[in-house]
Design a protein around this ligand. Structure first.
Ligand code: SAH
Length: 351
């Protein structure tokens, strides 16, 4: 099986080329794509409106991968964490989060992460490798199946906020987003309901604006370079002035804003002065702010502030006319919250 490629690693252009090179008409590609994404087929025999010779050609050349759910844990709040086994023995996690009237899925883009943020658990292992296009899409397909089998709400929102830095796996991420959002043959997610979160790789913002029309979130976490260098080493490569300039230049549809995520850490970035500096820093940008109380883990030395302090930080931003929402991340009891994903099988000890 491993000798044949997973067909979901080919984008539309490559699949058209494949058919043409095999002496078949290119329109077969669109038929195939519709089966692979919109209909979520898991074998070529299902593709009944495709001529037999085309089906045979596909099945001798490719296979249709399906991410293996190695484990699934459900939190008290309904949040569900999937551990997916990848073919090379690595694993990644995705988190399915029930909201009021829909599900949001948080997906991973890399095995591990190279960003080295000092408050984040995923950073501890470093980067193992990028996920392929098929592995990124596979998380969405598996979660759509799971949401449907539960019945009720639809999975309508996707956040690229799981393990890894999406802009450091640029090509595969963009290619996966194409299949996730294509409204003709794809999984048909609205581009307004797909959000990419970055640690701030500002040199990719122009490319992103050109290649995908999704929402952008930036993990800021500090309003001065000294603090941000300490929390997020990537700030040394893309310091705040460069990052904010890239955000200000990012073309946004009418009424849309960039979301800035700001983890609150006691005594590090949660003072009144920090809030005022943040308000000033974001002036040039159409911004809204998500305040995330730190999810603590042992050994990091970082502590979550009291709720009173979090609320007074919020009220300073509100006074300065920002929309600032306190976001308690869900699924903390099963280590599914922000900054807790690890993708290691050996940490799972439940039955
Ligand atoms: N690399 C991307 C996406 C993954 S991190 C990025 O940096 O945005 C997703 C979010 O989880 C980020 O906003 C990050 O700041 C947050 N996060 C990481 N560790 C956390 C922790 N311990 N507590 C709360 N949020 C955390």
């Amino acid at each position: 099986m491993a000798s044949k490629p997973d067909i979901r690693n080919l984008d539309q252009r490559q699949l058209i080329k494949f058919f043409e090179n095999s002496g078949m008409r290119g329109y077969r590609a669109d038929q195939t794509l519709r089966w692979l994404y919109f209909r979520r087929a898991d074998n070529f025999d299902q593709m009944t409106d495709l001529a037999k010779d085309a089906r045979t050609l596909l099945s001798t050349s490719f296979y249709i991968g399906k991410p293996a759910v190695r484990d699934k844990q459900t939190s008290e709040d309904g949040t569900c964490k999937f551990l997916f086994a990848l073919e090379d023995g690595n694993a990644v996690e995705s988190v399915l989060i029930p909201e009021k009237d829909h599900y949001t899925l948080c997906i991973s883009t890399q095995v591990g992460c190279a960003m080295g943020c000092t408050f984040c658990m995923t950073a501890k292992t470093g980067l193992t490798r990028n996920l392929s296009r098929a592995e990124i899409i596979g998380q969405v397909i598996a979660a759509m199946d799971a949401a449907e089998s539960r019945g009720g709400m639809r999975l309508s929102n996707i956040v690229l906020m799981g393990m890894g830095e999406p802009l450091a796996n640029y090509k595969n991420v963009i290619s996966a987003i194409d299949a996730i959002t294509d409204s003709n043959w794809g999984l048909k997610f609205s581009t307004r309901r797909v959000t990419l979160s970055t640690a701030g790789l500002a040199d990719r913002f122009d490319d992103l604006a050109r290649d995908a029309r999704i929402r952008l979130a930036v993990s800021l976490n500090a309003a001065d370079n000294e603090t941000r260098n300490r929390l997020m080493p990537v700030n040394k490569a893309f310091p705040l002035d460069r990052l904010i300039k890239a955000c200000a230049n990012y073309p946004l549809p009418a009424r849309d804003k960039i979301t800035f995520e700001y983890i609150l850490i006691k005594g590090i970035n949660d003072s009144e002065k920090d809030a005022l500096q943040l308000a000033k820093l974001l002036r040039p940008v159409r911004a809204k702010i998500n305040l995330i109380p730190l999810n603590q883990h042992p050994g990091s030395g970082f502590v979550r502030p009291e709720i009173k302090e979090i609320e007074s930080f919020q009220s300073i931003l509100t006074e300065k006319n920002y929309t600032a929402i306190i976001r308690r991340s869900k699924g903390a009891d099963i280590s599914a919250a922000c900054g807790q994903l690890r993708g290691e099988t050996k940490t799972l000890s439940h039955s």
